[in-house]
Ligand binder design. Structure first.
Ligand code: KIV
Length: 271
C-alpha cells in the first residue's frame, strides 16, 4: 500500500473543530496493516489500536494479558497502513496504572517505535497524574470512562455503568478532571445515553461513545464486531454492518471443494 504524503492528516485540532461545528467523529479499531489501509481509505477520522486486540486478535477472554510489546507490534502495523486518519494507541494493562513515570516511559516507547499520534488510557481521578505527565511531554491523551475493561475484575460484569446517581456524578466529575488535565477527547463506554449527552454538553473536548447513545460527539466500534468477523458478541449497542464470518466461511468451503474436485487451479491459473 503506498502512503500519499500530500493527504492532510486528521489531528486532535481537527477533532476539536469537528465538535465545535457539530460534525460527528467516526472512530474504529484496527490492529493490522491491511485493515488499517481499508478503513483509512474509506475516510475514518480516527483509528484506535485498542487493547481489544487481546480479545479479537489473540483470543483472550479479557484485555488484561496483552503486553506493551504486542501493542507496539499492532500499532506499528496500523500506522504503516494509514495515511490520513489520527492513530491512537491503548496503553495496555500494567503499562501505566498507579505510576505516572512508567506511564510516560510506556508512552515514549509507543510514540518512538510505532509512529502513532496519541495514546489512550482508562480511568478518571486516579489517572490524572499520568495524563498530566504524558501531555506535558507533548503527547496527546484520550481518556476512557464508564465501562473500563482493564478493571473488569474490580466490577465483575460488563453491564451498563453509572446508572446510579453517585456513580453518574463521579463520572461527570472524572470527565471534567480529565479535560482539565489535558485530555483531547474521552471515550464513554456503556453508560446511559442521557448521562453521556450531559457529559458531552458540559465538556469542550469531544466525547466518543461506545454503547453510550446518540448524544456523544462521535462513535467507536470494534472492527471485528461491526464487520461480523466475530459473531458471538451481540450487545444491544452493536450494529453489525456485514457478516464477514459467513462470507469467509463460504469462500473457504468453496476453495476446499475446488481443491478436492480438481476444479482449482484451472488452465488459466498455472504457468
Ligand atoms: O480496546 C478497545 O477496543 C477500546 C474501545 C472499545 C473503545 O477501548
Amino acid at each position: 500500500m503506498s502512503i500519499n504524503k500530500d493527504v492532510r492528516r486528521v489531528t486532535t485540532n481537527t477533532l476539536q473543530k469537528m465538535k465545535e461545528k457539530g460534525e460527528k467523529i467516526a472512530m474504529l479499531t484496527a490492529y493490522d496493516y491491511s485493515f488499517s489501509g481499508i478503513i483509512d481509505a474509506a475516510g475514518i477520522d480516527v483509528i484506535l489500536v485498542g487493547d481489544s486486540a487481546s480479545n479479537v486478535m489473540a483470543g483472550h477472554e479479557t484485555t488484561l494479558p496483552i503486553t506493551l510489546d504486542q501493542m507496539i507490534y499492532h500499532a506499528a502495523s496500523v500506522v504503516r497502513g494509514a495515511s490520513r486518519c489520527l492513530v491512537v494507541v491503548d496503553l495496555p494493562f500494567g503499562a501505566y496504572q498507579g505510576n505516572s513515570k512508567e506511564a510516560l516511559i510506556s508512552t515514549i516507547r509507543i510514540m518512538k517505535e510505532t509512529g502513532a499520534h496519541a495514546v489512550k488510557l482508562e480511568g478518571g481521578e486516579e489517572a490524572l497524574e499520568s495524563v498530566r505527565r504524558i501531555t506535558s511531554a507533548g503527547v496527546p491523551v484520550m481518556g476512557h470512562l464508564g465501562l473500563t475493561p482493564q478493571s473488569i475484575y474490580k466490577f465483575g460484569t460488563y453491564t451498563v455503568r453509572a446508572k446510579e446517581k453517585a456513580e453518574a456524578e463521579k463520572l461527570q466529575r472524572d470527565a471534567r478532571l480529565l479535560e482539565e488535565a489535558g485530555c483531547f477527547a474521552i471515550v464513554l463506554e456503556k453508560i446511559p445515553a442521557e448521562l453521556a449527552g450531559e457529559v458531552s454538553k458540559s465538556l469542550h473536548i469531544p466525547t466518543i461513545g461506545i454503547g453510550a447513545g446518540a448524544f456523544c460527539d462521535g462513535q467507536v466500534l470494534v472492527m471485528h464486531d461491526m464487520l461480523g468477523i466475530n459473531t458471538e458478541f451481540k450487545p444491544r449497542f452493536l450494529r453489525q454492518y456485514l457478516n464477514v464470518n459467513e462470507l469467509a466461511s463460504q469462500a473457504v468451503r468453496q476453495y476446499i471443494s475446488d481443491v478436492k474436485t480438481g476444479a482449482f487451479p484451472d488452465a488459466t491459473e498455472q504457468y
